[in-house]
Design a protein around this ligand. Sequence first.
Ligand code: FEO
Length: 168
Amino acid sequence: MLSKKLETIMNEQIGKEAFSSNLYLAMASWAETQGYEGIANWFYAQAEEEHLHMLKFIRFINEKGGKAILPAIEKPESVFHDVKFLFTEALKHEQFISNSINEIMHVAVEEKDFASQNWLQWFIFEQREEEASVQRILDKLNILGAHNMYLFDRDIMSLRAPSAPAAE
Ligand code: FEO
């Protein structure tokens, strides 16, 4: 059984994961309209992963006797200056999400909710992978400079990081 506090904070996370998915869709759409097919595909795939994260929280809350409630989602930005700005914003967002997951874990630890801690470990791993994946891309962009975006757009097809192992 989830405590009320965990249920509330996990419900808030549903909204954050839904926003993440929409944010990455907005980024994908921007990239697509700029002619960056590879970058667009990368963000479309990220958006799907975020949607799955949201689903995981919905199902876990309900399974543990809570009630998942879908919130209204804030409108994401739709205009991004350039590719480096795009990935810098993505990294900042992932760091925000990592902190949020850490906060949930902190509550689960305080409450000695070992089942939730065990389940949340998947997200801790996933966030580490996602931050590292975006950081690797930013490192490559720094090497390239502001030009050569054609080659970068082609190469990003092979830069996808492995996801965390499957979990319920
Ligand atoms: Fe589900 Fe990358 O936050």
